[in-house]
Design a protein. Structure first.
Length: 92
């Protein structure tokens, strides 16, 4: 299953930037704590911008599950664009 992730990520990245201005993108698949992995790759690669999705959880769900996007924004050394996913806000 892990071998399937890279092609899916590359396809999703290509779809996201299709029709827009030409930008350099890189798809990276890592395993472990999501926030740690995102921050680590951004630091190692000297990235200028990281785009991260959020489920916009609030209340109890956010307290229990934490927020990867929030932690990335606090710890990462570059700019972060946080994009809300299609699900909208969930209240806890």
């Amino acid at each position: 299953m892990r071998l399937e992730l890279k092609p899916r990520m590359v396809a999703a990245t290509a779809e996201a930037v299709a029709g827009g201005p030409t930008v350099a993108t890189e798809s990276v698949v890592r395993f472990g704590n999501p926030a740690d992995q995102i921050v680590g790759v951004a630091e190692a690669e000297g990235m200028d911008l990281v785009v991260v999705g959020t489920h916009s959880r609030t209340g109890l769900r956010r307290m229990l599950l934490g927020s990867v996007a929030e932690r990335v924004v606090r710890e990462i050394p570059c700019s972060v664009l946080v994009v809300r996913t299609h699900g909208g806000s969930e209240s806890g």
